[in-house]
Ligand binder design. Structure first.
Ligand SMILES: Cc1ncc(C[n+]2csc(CCOP(=O)(O)OP(=O)(O)O)c2C)c(N)n1
Ligand SMILES: [Mg+2]
Length: 582
């Protein structure tokens, strides 16, 4: 029992207070939202129950901040929006969390039911609009049921595949009163953090999988974001090391095993160092907590059909969706990896001996890749080369740093080239929906989740323009966040594609030349403009040293659309209509 669980309130209180009391009981972290009339009693009660709430300048950013908070802590992120536009602004952020399997509780105010559907101001079909964006909608129709439904919201958000839950609260429920008993306020502590419960795969299937792995000469683990949701880092590292199995990861799965671990072969899918070649030459793939979606499979061209796939996933019906599975392991990633390690434990020594040559291939292949990439990684080009920026991040960020990566090239390049120094979710790209604009608000959420750790967000200038107003929030909240703006004066991804596919006919792809460092300084934040790659490390260092206000590091990168894509040299590449190279 927690301290708060013993201090359960009783007596007459309004719905908003009951909502706040339940969130207090759950030990909810910082909340993000913008108020309105309907939720006023809730806002009024927040301080009294010891909760923290931050005004955010756009509810979508509140949802993004809550999402990043949840990714760092695995505890539900909390965001709110008022009736109508507040609710609809949450949409993009909630879909990110839904697709990413991130536990979120979103609260919306709705109309007073005495007047609903009489053209109330701001009224819209918000529940219907948000329904497909969340795992479950809970419409709160009775004040007395607030504790029960908040309890349920936590259970749904953190169980099975986690996801966002919407609590839609009519004005009269929030403002109305009810006589509550102390016993009304209770919550299952197991549901306060994902995964609420762990299901183990069927033992017979574990045996089948173990047999397949045992006879494989070149097994390979392919891991996705489910590793982080299940906190399966140690179990993964243990299985990989005891059985000598290299590990490749998706963008979200980065950090499943530390990138510095000799068994890590890096990113696979659309962008790859050596991992795609390792997949091609593998004879058994063990896919864990990974949807095998478009990017991970290079638009469903990976893996080759003849390689048997063992797929471990918390959602039964995800298994075999894009690639048929030879063995289906339905269950929690950590539990499944532990069971596999146990089932294989007698063969550890032989497996390591038999695979010694296989494992010995990894280091020289990576060295060869690095030698080929060296001119880009060490480039002293001005404007700054993106690969050089990634190398400076690798050199400068300490082991416990968190890097939040936005949707455009910021995410693509760092997904390929950024290395985490230890296992854990320390690289946070918004790959659920891949919206641009996540970087800055995501950085705020990560900062609040890990106040003692350096947090760096990297965003394109387009993405930064979209959510620039949140610099005010970050300043007010005193986030010691470093935001790198990849300044290419363009919607660069679009421009690069227009270069490669449309014969250089650019349409709506250019942005104005801006000095984002100067804008940041005007807003009371730190601002450093970097045009010389030699100045990157000190700018990042300076940003990370600022502990109570954000710093924008505005990095001027290439404006040449022929040099923007990480995976292909699009000065020469020929792309046919319908091809997807990037
Ligand atoms: C909300 C949203 N709109 C459009 C896109 C499609 N898109 C992907 S990358 C990109 C370019 C964004 O420009 P910027 O943030 O400057 O990043 P850059 O590609 O220039 O690095 C766009 C428009 C998206 N992912 N999200
Ligand atoms: Mg740009």
């Amino acid at each position: 029992m927690t301290e708060t669980l013993r201090n359960r309130p009783s007596g007459t209180m309004n719905g908003g207070r009951a909502l706040a009391e339940m969130l207090g009981l759950a030990g909810a972290g910082p909340m993000f939202g913008m108020g309105g009339f309907q939720l006023l009693p809730f806002y009024d009660a927040i301080g009294g129950v010891g909760l923290t709430h931050h005004l955010i300048n756009d509810e979508r950013c509140g949802a993004f901040a809550a999402d990043a908070y949840a990714r760092v802590t695995n505890r539900p992120g909390i965001c709110d929006g008022t009736l109508g536009p507040g609710a609809t602004n949450l949409l993009t952020g909630l879909v990110e969390s839904l697709n990413g399997g991130i536990p979120i509780i979103a609260i919306t105010g709705n109309t007073n039911r005495s007047h609903s559907w009489k053209n109330m101001t701001q009224e819209c079909r918000q529940v219907e609009i948000l329904r497909p964006a969340v795992k479950e909608v809970m419409r709160v129709e009775m004040i007395s049921r607030i504790p029960e439904l908040v309890r349920r919201a936590f259970a749904v958000a953190t169980s099975g595949r986690p996801g966002p839950v919407l609590l839609d609260v009519p004005e009269d429920v929030c403002h109305g009163v009810h006589d509550f008993a102390a016993e009304d306020f209770e919550i299952d502590e197991a549901t306060l953090k994902a995964p609420a419960r762990r299901a183990r795969p069927d033992a017979a299937e574990i045996e089948r999988a173990a047999k397949l792995i045992a006879k494989a000469k070149r097994p390979l683990l392919l891991v996705g974001g489910g590793i982080h949701l299940s906190e399966a880092w140690q179990a993964l590292t243990r299985l990989a090391e005891s059985q000598a199995i290299p590990v490749a990861h998706t963008m979200t799965g980065k950090g499943g095993i530390g990138c510095a671990n000799p068994l890590s072969v890096g990113l696979f899918g659309r962008y790859s160092r050596i991992a795609n070649d390792m997949i091609d030459a593998s004879d058994c793939l063990l896919v864990v907590g990974c949807k095998l979606g478009e990017i991970a499979t290079k638009r469903f061209s990976l893996p080759p059909a003849h390689i048997p796939v063992i797929q471990l996933d918390i959602v039964a019906e995800e298994i075999g969706r894009s690639v048929p599975a030879a063995v289906s392991l339905w269950g929690d990633a950590r539990a499944g990896l532990e069971d596999l390690a146990e089932a294989l434990s007698d063969s550890n020594r032989t497996a390591r001996a038999n695979r010694a040559d296989y494992i010995a291939e990894v280091a020289p292949r990576l060295r060869q890749w690095e030698a080929e990439a060296a001119p880009r990684l060490n480039s002293s080009d001005r404007p700054v080369h993106m690969a050089r920026l990634c190398r400076e991040l690798n050199k400068t960020l300490p082991a416990d740093a968190i890097l939040v990566a936005d949707g455009g090239f910021a995410g693509h390049w760092t997904g390929l080239l950024y290395d985490t120094k230890q296992a854990g979710r320390q690289f946070i790209p918004d790959r659920g929906l891949a919206s641009i604009g996540y970087g800055l608000p995501g950085g705020i959420g990560a900062c609040l989740a890990a106040p003692d750790r350096p947090v760096v967000a990297i965003s394109g200038d387009g993405g930064f323009n979209m959510t620039l107003g949140e610099l005010e929030s970050a300043r007010r909240i005193k986030c010691g966040l470093t935001v790198i703006v990849v300044n290419n004066a363009a919607s660069g991804y679009v421009k690069a594609l227009q270069h490669a596919m449309m014969g250089g006919r650019y349409q709506s792809a250019d942005l104005n030349e801006m000095d984002y460092a100067a804008i940041a300084r005007t807003m009371g934040c730190g601002g450093i403009r970097v045009e010389d790659p030699e100045a990157l490390a000190s700018a990042l260092q300076q940003g990370m040293e600022e502990r109570d206000r954000p710093t924008v590091v505005d990095v001027v990168v290439t404006r040449d659309p022929a040099q923007m894509l990480p995976a292909v040299d699009n000065r020469t590449v020929q792309i046919k209509q319908g091809d997807r190279v990037a």
